[in-house]
Design a protein around this ligand. Structure first.
Ligand code: PMV
Length: 312
């Protein structure tokens, strides 16, 4: 059995925020950006479960307390429960993440998924995807409060999905490759806060906000058809429309708007913020011929990192 496992990053192509209110959303894994978790028996033994990562070196007791509320301990507890083990293994799990944190790429869910896979593997067990998805959703609640479940789902199953809260997952067809650039504003942003603010807006003015959410839902359904048909022009136009609606929901930011504007002016087919917003990442849909100039425009407009990915 391999002693290294992993989980990918994700981006939301369409429907973030509205998905919390039961609208559909489309998300895809970013398979080239991953969290790796490598495990090995402790030497000398008897150290309990040790977890190391950049800026992190934690030792968890073999016997966890009844109530735990941090992501690492809860993941451990849920994995042990699921596989019927009574003690945490005497191993070191080393986590190595390529995913920027707090930037809308699912770093928390990917960390939990990779860590849970490593723990199970160190006990010579595997977690099936359904069980892992349920488990990572519990961890998402610690990070995000009231998550829709889209992050854990796309990260665990690692395929493009059309997601509706509490409905069976629908894989989507991708008729022609979608070439995306992911532009990072470099600003960390709290999804929990953005989701909370949209909730306040909704509660204070639902007659104005509900139609916007419905409009996003309709747009996501059109996007699914356009993606399946390989119609990049339409996919791009829908992305830009989705961004405008997210601005009205107050989850964009001057930096995100600047990057979205720069990408569009440089010839992107469409662009929008991706994920919780207020910072973090935006995405631009490009044709292979315009990829370079859009990437340069994003950097010139302040993107601290531009990462290309192709959805197939
Ligand atoms: O910021 P991210 O990538 O974790 O995305 C959050 C997506 C939201 O729709 C804003 C919240 C949710 O739980 O779906």
């Amino acid at each position: 059995m391999t002693n290294s496992v992993s989980a990918p990053a994700k981006i939301i192509l369409f429907g973030e925020h509205a998905v919390v209110y039961g609208q559909p959303a489309i998300a895809v894994p970013v398979t080239d950006l991953r969290v790796f978790a490598t495990f090995q028996p402790n030497d000398p033994p008897g150290q309990g479960l040790r977890v190391t990562a950049e800026d992190l070196d934690i030792q968890l007791p073999g016997d966890l307390p009844e109530r735990v509320d941090d992501a690492l301990s809860l993941t451990t507890k849920l994995v042990l429960q699921r596989i019927g083990a009574t003690h945490a293994p005497d191993v070191t799990v080393a986590i190595d993440s390529q995913i920027p944190i707090a930037s809308g790429m699912g770093s928390g869910a990917a960390f939990a998924a990779a860590f849970a896979r490593a723990l199970a593997a160190s006990l010579n067990r595997t977690l099936d995807d359904d069980a892992l998805n349920t488990l990572v959703y519990e961890i998402e609640k610690i990070h995000h409060g009231t998550p829709s479940g889209i992050d854990n789902t796309v990260i665990v199953y690692e395929r493009p999905i059309y997601f509706v809260r509490e409905q069976p997952i629908e894989p989507i067809d991708v008729g022609a490759p979608l070439h995306l650039l992911i532009g990072d504003t470099g600003q960390k942003a709290s999804t929990r806060e953005a989701v909370g603010d949209v909730r306040k807006l909704f509660d204070s003015d639902s007659s104005r906000i509900q139609p916007l959410l419905d409009e996003i839902g309709a747009l996501v359904r059109s996007a699914r058809d356009a993606i399946a048909a390989g119609d990049s022009q339409t996919v791009g136009a829908l992305m830009s429309q989705n961004h405008t609606l997210l601005q009205v929901l107050t989850v964009s930011s001057p930096e995100l708007d600047r990057l979205v504007g720069a990408a569009t002016e440089a010839g992107a087919l469409g662009a929008k913020l991706s994920g919780g917003g207020r910072g973090g990442n935006m995405i631009a849909l490009v044709a292979p011929e315009t990829q370079q100039q859009v990437g340069a425009a994003l950097r010139a407009a302040g993107a601290v990192r531009v990462f290309p990915t192709t959805i197939r």
